[in-house]
Design a protein around this ligand. Structure first.
Ligand code: ZN
Ligand code: ZN
Length: 329
């Protein structure tokens, strides 16, 4: 079957791989139709993803169809269209037992730590599949991305009317602002890139967009969606006293802050990683009811035949990619 593999940084190959066979107990065989591309994939292609191993089949934002199920599967049936939750948890460690499988101690993310969905068919645990009768396959492929924002907002426990500042208006920032607005917050955005500011302003429910150096209104919750160390450190200056900071973006270095300022303002800092199975279900419901509108999201597309040639262009800022979608069939 057709498989796209990242052989080494900068090099995709189209290869033929063996069929995955029949699903075992609790598993499902799925056909991958849509694969969303995100910063993780772009960093892996560039060779700038820490701890990334090659060769690797990428693809963790997946819209798929169930082809067969193993014994003991009752959550999905053959023919269902599903979003795939790519976070393979052990089910047994402390965070898993506490209902926090998104930070499982031995978490394996499909397409990151283990081979993912840039291939025709794959076997996954059926409990990781979240069906919808009405959403399009490409909408289902967006659920994982939206989950990053939904989980961050869940972590923050926003209040109705609360003033929020989202730093960084890439896909993670946009997902965060979309769910913060849905929670009833007044959302301001801080983003250096004018094109990204305009995209957020034109397509989402924002109270204001600001460039670095602009006076931003006092916010009691600041979400950092930059994954940039300097921005993360600067974020400690942004919340009003008693506020909180949620680090949604990731970067591999230490982050430091001035303790007297932090202490005087009694700030809370937290991280947000991946999302939970319950959030997948909730997001699908919000998309089905139209409360989360995915119309603005997909800005670029490619298919199996032209992805190898097209993918590098998505690394260029001038391409203006928000979300690119690989269409397999
Ligand atoms: Zn992603
Ligand atoms: Zn675990």
């Amino acid at each position: 079957m057709q498989t796209l593999i990242l052989t080494e940084p900068g090099r995709f190959d189209r290869i033929d791989t063996d069929e995955p066979g029949d699903p075992g107990p609790g598993d499902a065989l799925i056909r991958i139709h849509r694969v969303g591309i995100c910063g993780t994939d772009l960093h892996a292609f560039r060779g700038r993803q820490p701890f990334f191993e090659y060769p690797r089949i990428l693809g963790h934002e997946l819209g798929a169809e169930v082809l067969a199920v193993g014994t003991g599967v009752d959550g999905v049936q053959v023919g269902d269209q599903v979003a795939v939750e790519p976070y393979l948890d052990c089910g047994d460690c402390l965070p898993c037992r506490r209902g926090r499988p998104n930070c499982c101690e031995s978490l394996q993310v499909l397409g990151v730590h283990t081979d993912g969905g840039m291939r025709e068919r794959i076997i996954v645990p059926a409990r990781k599949l979240h069906p919808s009768r009405t959403l399009e396959l490409e909408q289902l492929a967006l659920v994982e991305t939206l989950g990053i924002g939904a989980h961050a907002v869940e972590r923050a426990r926003l209040e109705e009317g609360e003033a929020v500042l989202v730093v960084g208006a890439g896909p993670i920032g946009l997902a965060t602002l979309q769910f913060a607005a849905l929670a009833g917050a007044r959302v301001h955005v801080l983003e250096p890139n004018e094109t990204r500011r305009a995209f957020a302003r034109d397509h989402f429910d924002v109270a204001g967009c600001h460039a670095p150096g602009d006076q931003t209104p006092p916010a009691t919750c600041v979400f950092d969606a930059t994954g940039n160390r300097a921005a993360m450190e600067a974020a400690f200056d942004l919340p009003a006293p008693s506020g909180r900071i949620v680090f949604v973006g990731f970067q591999p270095q230490r982050v430091s802050f001035a303790n007297p300022d932090f202490h005087r303002r009694e700030l809370t800092v937290m991280s947000s990683r991946n999302s939970t199975p319950a959030e997948f279900v909730r997001i699908i419901g919000l998309m089905e009811s139209g409360q989360i509108d995915t119309t603005p999201w997909i800005t670029h597309r490619a298919d199996y035949d032209d992805i190898v040639e097209t993918f590098p262009s998505w690394l260029e800022p001038e391409t203006g990619v928000v979300k690119a979608m690989l269409e397999l069939t």
